[in-house]
Design a protein around this ligand. Structure first.
Ligand SMILES: [Zn+2]
Length: 245
């Protein structure tokens, strides 16, 4: 999935905010609201039957198949912020409402994996981990210990010190062997965790050298050519790539 920067520094959808203020919704109402959220930029992810979560309790596992009665049943998933200050009971209360609304799985970024996964599964939801791959804005360890891993613009400025477009655009360079080894380790660790049903990689790319046309006014830019401050990477990390240093 490819997402450009937003004016909102937090690019996640926020189902928790809705849940905290609104009364329970019937499935039909939820789908209508969810449809509006998609139009507004938030995400409800869908996957075909072949990718359906496989960890639902027995009772729930039979339900979608019986309901569908057809060969093309889609499951509905949604992003969730895992770093809320909720205990297990509150997570379960919220996940129960998602399940009741017809959702099948959550894609969770941040937070305690075991706590949130346990609550999700207890309510019949599969737990998937959302992973920011090359954009490592939240990776304090990498920033403190390996500033040289971060991509460098054609202006020779690091995205660590000069994040392009928005403050959270701090990217590591995939041309560096230690970066690939590091990320492989992080993803492998998640994939090996029995509390995690799947790992989803976001930001598997460099920073956008040219934004979609519809965002130029948002950032007061005219990008009819590749501007040096948005052109990455020139860190000299590998002779096999296009580094010009
Ligand atoms: Zn580089």
């Amino acid at each position: 999935m490819r997402r450009g920067p937003r004016t909102d520094p937090n690019p996640w959808s926020d189902p928790g905010r809705r849940l905290s203020t609104d009364p329970p919704m019937k499935r039909r109402d939820f789908l209508r609201v969810a449809g509006g959220a998609v139009a507004g930029g938030a995400l409800t992810a869908c996957s075909p039957e072949a990718d359906a979560p496989r960890v639902l309790p027995e009772a729930d596992r039979a339900r979608p198949l019986a309901m569908a009665g057809a060969r093309h049943r889609f499951t509905a998933w949604t992003w969730v912020h895992g770093d809320r200050d909720y205990g297990a009971a509150e997570w379960r209360r919220r996940f129960a409402r998602l399940r009741e609304a017809g959702l099948d799985a959550v894609l969770v970024g941040g937070g305690d994996i075991e706590l949130v996964s346990g609550a999700a599964r207890a309510e019949g939801l599969a737990f998937h981990r959302w992973f920011w791959t090359l954009n490592r804005n939240g990776d304090q360890w990498a920033q403190d210990n390996h500033p040289e891993w971060f991509t460098v613009s054609r202006n020779l400025e690091s995205s660590l010190e000069h994040p392009p477009y928005v403050g959270y655009y701090r990217w590591v360079c995939p041309s560096r062997d230690p970066v690939r080894e590091y990320l492989r380790g992080l993803v492998g660790e998640l994939a090996a965790n029995p509390a995690v049903d799947g790992v989803h990689l976001d930001y598997v790319r460099h920073c956008d050298v040219i934004l979609p046309r519809g965002l130029w006014e948002t950032y007061d830019l005219v990008q009819d050519t590749e501007l040096p401050e948005f052109d990455f990477c020139y860190c000299g990390g590998s002779s096999r790539v296009h580094n010009l240093m």
